[in-house]
Design a binder for this molecule. Structure first.
Ligand SMILES: *[C@@H]1O[C@H](CO)[C@@H](O)[C@H](O)[C@H]1NC(C)=O
Length: 503
């Protein structure tokens, strides 16, 4: 009897395991197998340990599907990799949600659901509306003269520091002889300009170690996760393993930024004057100090909103600029063409301004092409289906995590023809005008990055000034190739030295 029983049990277990591995909701897309506890994350890691997001694209190709399913821990998720489905996800209300119930997401917001990036529903709508309506007056999504002038003055300070040598000790660590360290050299410029939008003040050159610290912490935050959320996202229990799976670094980086914001908030509140409109923070504090206000407004909500925005700006902008530099060092022909365009349109006597941008289509196309080919935010930020719905003919149950696989879309031959080639010309038509940007690096729709206009200009302005003034050359042995990247939620460049000289 006993051997037979064992055989029966083994068969039953094998059947159960098989059912589990290949289980998925009814009428769902082809999917990546899963194992108990980790879901499909183990498969993703087996496919690419440092860049697990790449495995999703690999399976989608193998199974010949634009929409693929997998399990993130217990979470059923679907990922789309073609332009039409991605656009649909970003446009339809059904997919407006966020995965906000996960411990890791709350841990960065005092254990609550706060901010704009990871909240949903009426709370999100109200806070987002207030944010957009007010930050618009400080150069976000709409042009604002004072902010533009302030950004330009930060850019000229950067050029001045590089031209006229370092003065402060920390500067001497990132500029040596004719060498400069990227992306670190950019940190004060990027952080100060955004600080100005929030607080209406910038960091003096003598206190640049503060913005450098903020940016380094923002980079650390991104690098402590991975594009799929990271192990602590798939398996929340792993957050108790200290830094083994990045949790400690994520928390350290997040609250390092939040603490500085809180400190400045106190100063700001102490000097608040209803008749002086310094920046977005003043607008919010004025609401907080009123007796009658909606429940969604709180000091903690302001801190987390600002923290999310600072971390996003201070990691993405330096990443894009450093990536552009890497590609231009690799493709001197493109660098020459950009510099020729700037020389012709602007010359050398003045900085490139916002107004010049429309007359510099090749420079803009080159930046877009770098953002496309490097796919720094490979899976964008994950959405959630708020109700039972469908996508591409497949059923999507409520609560499904919905992923826009930008990295795969950026490499889709149906969309780009020759996605492997670095070719800025693909964004320019026969008349020499910019074409529609199909690469959606800032997303689209209700969840589009509110910093899109601001960042596109800021990145453009900094790069145009750098390329107008200097030539850049590779330093032997430095990790300055496009593929020298560090994994993370955002894929960031490794720090690298380049040699530079005045043109
Ligand atoms: C700002 O200052 C007011 C008045 O001094 C105080 O009541 C309020 O709690 C402060 N708010 C914050 C966010 O610090």
């Amino acid at each position: 009897m006993t051997p037979l029983l064992i055989v029966v049990i083994v068969i039953l277990l094998a059947y159960k395991f098989y059912k589990f591995t290949y289980h998925k909701p009814p009428n769902s897309p082809p999917s990546i197998p899963r194992v108990p506890i980790s879901g499909s994350y183990l498969m993703l890691l087996l496919g690419s340990y440092s860049f697990p997001y790449k495995t999703i694209g690999y399976y989608a190709k193998k199974l010949k599907t634009n929409i693929i399913g997998c399990y993130f821990g217990d979470f059923w998720a679907v990922a789309a990799s073609d332009y039409a489905s991605i656009k649909e996800i970003l446009t339809r209300d059904d997919f407006d949600g966020r995965i906000s119930e996960v411990e890791v997401v709350k841990a960065r917001a005092f254990g609550k659901k706060l901010g704009i990036l990871f909240t949903e529903g009426e709370f999100w709508r109200e806070q987002r509306r207030f944010f957009l309506r007010n930050i618009r007056d400080f150069g976000f999504g709409r042009r604002q003269e004072t902010i533009e002038r302030d950004i330009l003055s930060e850019i000229s300070l950067l050029i001045d520091i590089m031209k006229n040598r370092p003065v402060y000790d920390e500067e001497k660590e990132i500029i040596k002889d004719n060498l400069v360290l990227f992306p670190d050299i950019l940190y004060p410029t990027i952080c100060s300009s955004f600080w100005n939008v929030l607080f209406g003040c910038k960091f003096d050159r003598s206190e640049h170690d503060i913005p450098r610290h903020i940016c380094r912490m923002s980079m650390l935050f991104q690098r402590s996760l991975d594009a799929t959320g990271g192990a602590i996202f798939h398996l929340p229990i792993l957050r108790f393993f200290g830094n083994m799976f990045g949790f400690k670094n994520m928390i350290k980086a997040n609250y390092a930024v939040a603490d500085i914001i809180q400190e400045y908030l106190k100063l700001q509140n102490a000097t608040l004057d209803e008749n002086v409109d310094r920046g977005f923070i003043d607008r919010y504090l004025n609401v907080l100090n009123k007796d009658e206000k909606s429940q969604s407004f709180s000091e903690k909500q302001l801190i987390i909103t600002a923290t999310d925005m600072v971390i996003a700006t201070c990691s993405t902008n330096p990443t894009v600029i450093a990536n552009v530099l890497k590609y231009l060092i690799k493709y001197p022909r493109v660098l020459k063409k950009v510099q020729d365009e700037i020389d012709q349109v602007v010359g050398t006597g003045r900085l490139v301004t916002w107004n010049d941008r429309k007359n510099l289509p090749y420079t803009e196309a080159m930046i877009r092409e770098v953002m496309r080919i490097s796919s720094s935010l490979p899976l964008s930020v994950i959405h959630r289906a708020v109700k039972d719905t469908t996508l591409g003919g497949y059923a999507i149950p409520a609560n499904t995590a919905v992923i826009t696989n930008l990295a795969a879309m950026h490499r889709d031959p149906n969309l780009w023809g020759d996605p492997e080639n670095f070719r800025p010309e693909r964004f320019i038509n026969e008349k020499g005008e910019l074409t529609k940007d199909m690469s959606l690096p800032f997303g689209f729709g209700h969840r589009v990055c509110p910093g899109e206009t601001y960042s596109r200009y800021n990145v453009f302005g900094v790069l145009a000034a750098l390329l107008q003034t200097f030539n850049f050359f590779q330093v032997e042995g430095e990790p300055s190739k496009p593929e020298d990247e560090l994994p993370g939620l955002l894929i960031t460049p490794k720090e690298f030295w380049v040699r530079y000289e005045l043109r």
